[in-house]
Design a protein around this ligand. Structure first.
Ligand SMILES: Nc1ncnc2c1ncn2[C@@H]1O[C@H](COP(=O)(O)OP(=O)(O)O)[C@@H](O)[C@H]1O
Ligand SMILES: [Mg+2]
Length: 230
């Protein structure tokens, strides 16, 4: 079964929410799906997993893998990995990420890897999220907003993916409000028209986005899950 890298047009567009929701839905269909967040940055939670992203991903996928496998690198400042490494004088070891990635891939039928920030977020000075995707050699899903401004961000993201010869699976349009303005209502069709990429899902705002049982219903209704499995 194929594994996927999930990136987004920016930070906060819904990479974690969508990855977790897809993981929960695959698990409900009886697929042993693993999750990985190779690098997380931010303020560590006081209890449990340091990263709230990792917590939601693990709960949704129902996995018990060690935190240092799922999230080998946690950086304790909300900044790009390169910035954190400069500020705290740390070295980011890509080898540990590759090792844990290979191990997780062997344990599970398929793996969903959540990126960090957007496609050109620097991990080191000259190694970006694009390079991480190339290293992992995964097909990539791009999560994008549906609100005004998304066309510009999405097209730039896709063009950069093309430059790096990243294999794109398609787009997931998040936060969709069918009662939204004209830009929003048109966003999925226009994004498809311009990028020629499949729209894998159009996901609305969900108040209970942290509840896997809620999100599995949303995914089954609003996403082409079969296209990820085949
Ligand atoms: N479909 C959604 N419905 C409701 N809230 C959402 C949805 N997608 C994202 N959010 C909100 O936006 C925040 C950022 O989403 P997240 O998935 O963490 O973004 P990213 O991983 O791209 O940084 C979430 O914590 C949540 O509050
Ligand atoms: Mg996230």
């Amino acid at each position: 079964m194929k594994s996927y890298f999930v990136t987004g047009t920016d930070t906060g567009v819904g990479k974690t929410v969508i990855t977790a929701a897809i993981a929960a839905s695959l698990r409900k269909r009886g697929i042993d799906v693993g999750v990985m967040k190779p690098i997380a940055s931010g303020v560590a939670q006081r209890t449990g997993f340091k990263s709230p992203d990792v917590k939601l991903l693990c709960e949704s996928a129902e996995v018990n893998d060690m935190e240092d496998m799922i999230n080998p690198i946690f950086l304790p400042l909300p900044a790009s990995p390169y910035d954190v490494s400069k500020i705290l004088n740390l070295k980011i070891d890509m080898k540990v990420i590759s090792e844990k990635f290979e191990q997780l891939r062997k344990i599970h039928q398929m793996l969903l890897v959540e990126g960090i920030g957007g496609i050109m977020t620097p991990i080191t000075k000259d190694f970006f999220v694009t390079d991480l995707i190339k290293l992992m050699n995964l097909e990539t899903i791009v999560v994008t907003r549906s609100t005004l401004g998304t066309i510009n961000h999405t097209v730039m993201t896709i063009e950069m993916c093309k430059k790096y010869q990243i294999h794109l699976k398609g787009l997931v349009v998040n936060y969709f409000d069918e009662k939204g303005g004209p830009a929003e209502r048109n966003a999925p069709a226009t994004l498809h028209e311009i990028t020629r990429l499949p729209i894998l899902g159009i996901i609305p705002f969900v108040k209970d986005y942290q509840k896997p049982e809620v999100m599995t219903n949303i995914i089954e209704k609003n996403m082409d899950l079969n296209s990820l499995i085949s």
